[in-house]
Ligand binder design. Structure first.
Ligand code: SF4
Length: 353
């Protein structure tokens, strides 16, 4: 069996930054209860690791005792949550991904100029709740192209659209096409609001899935971008399963024969250790070879949020960590179970929106 690992896969710069924020907050305040508003990133293993270190996850600011430390998750928050945290005198550290913050800024700027925002995404996703909160009276959430014909808008000439950062680029393109057809004067956002990490991981899956007999996506069920990768692999013709870790692999899924191939990828919030464990498990149970398909190099980095940097700088006993740089993981045979064959599969994602 051939096991194909794409580059890129797994952690994006925003997820790494958010995880590093909680690690730094634990280091800075070892004697205080640390609260995180919503799951810091949508991954069960990451959340369980922090729970094991005493972090408490809450869905309501009202559940946090006054004067505590709170971290806002990578998905972003509506301004009302920030204001409530201020009223409760909480020390707030915002781990919102800068690419989500960019969408918030665009939403509030557009509303300030009198535009109504058609926000393409999943209404119950934390990111959409946060972005909508920037201009609740000026925003309509659009979940699918089917909704477009019946949308009731204020003024067809003062409309713009934005998207959730983790949508399928194909699905988002369908909705945006429907919006442009119905509202020819709709204003385009300054750039695509589907993020680089989502676009690149989906592109790698679209390229490789047609070549394989099975796709395994490592990620949690509530991770939007992981679910999208599974759907994209299926629509490219590969049976696909979303698994939290190697313990969920069902041998009945696995193709037989020495020419069979399995694509193993991961959503942007899934730790690489889990991917390595999946490779080790497949190789130890079924043998085979590991291939590393190099599609797109990423070198995005995000600094820690300003509020946290200021707290660290004010503490003479603490060092400011370096920025978190994203690059391809080195595949170590002890960790992954084999030395990989590297295959160059370089290509750029097409612009769909
Ligand atoms: S998936 Fe994209 S928007 Fe979400 S945290 Fe990662 S880089 Fe940021």
């Amino acid at each position: 069996m051939r096991i194909i690992l794409p580059n890129p896969r797994g952690f994006c710069a925003g997820v790494r930054m958010a995880i590093d924020v909680v690690d730094q907050v634990l280091r800075l305040f070892p004697d205080r209860a640390i609260y995180v508003y919503h799951e810091i990133v949508h991954n069960r293993h990451v959340v369980e690791r922090f729970r094991g270190q005493g972090v408490r996850f809450v869905e309501r600011i009202a559940d946090i005792p006054e004067g505590s430390v709170v971290v806002f998750s990578a998905h972003g928050i509506p301004p009302s949550v920030r204001e409530e945290a201020e009223r409760r005198n909480l020390t707030s550290i915002d781990a919102t991904c800068p690419l989500v913050t960019k969408v918030h800024s665009e939403a509030s700027r557009s509303a300030g100029k009198g535009y109504q925002i058609l926000l393409v995404g999943h209404a119950d996703h934390q990111e959409i709740i946060g972005t909508r909160g920037e201009a609740p009276d000026d925003t309509i959430v659009v979940e699918s192209a089917d909704q477009v014909p019946t949308l009731e808008v204020r003024d067809e000439d003062r409309l713009t659209y934005l998207t959730q950062t983790t949508l399928s680029t194909d699905d988002a393109a369908k909705v945006v096409r429907a919006l442009r057809e119905r509202f020819p004067n709709i204003r385009e956002p300054s750039s695509s609001t589907i993020c680089y990490a989502t676009t690149n991981r989906q592109h790698a899956v679209r390229q490789i899935a047609p070549e394989v007999d099975l796709t395994l996506v490592v990620g949690s069920r509530n991770s939007s971008n992981s679910v999208r990768l599974t759907e994209i692999a299926e629509s490219a013709g590969s049976p696909a399963y979303l698994i939290d870790d190697a313990s969920e692999i069902d041998d009945a899924w696995l193709p037989r024969g020495s020419e069979s191939a399995v694509l193993v990828t991961a959503g942007a919030s899934a730790p690489e250790d889990l991917v390595a464990e999946v490779c080790r498990t497949l190789l130890s149970r079924h043998g085979g070879q590991l291939e590393h398909w190099d599609v797109i190099d990423e070198d995005v980095e995000f600094a820690l949020p300003g509020a946290l940097r200021r707290i660290i700088k004010a503490r003479p006993d603490m060092e400011l960590p370096d920025s978190i740089v994203i690059g391809a993981e080195q595949i170590d045979p002890d960790r992954y179970g084999a030395v990989p064959l590297t295959v160059s599969a370089r290509s750029e994602p097409p612009t769909t929106i």
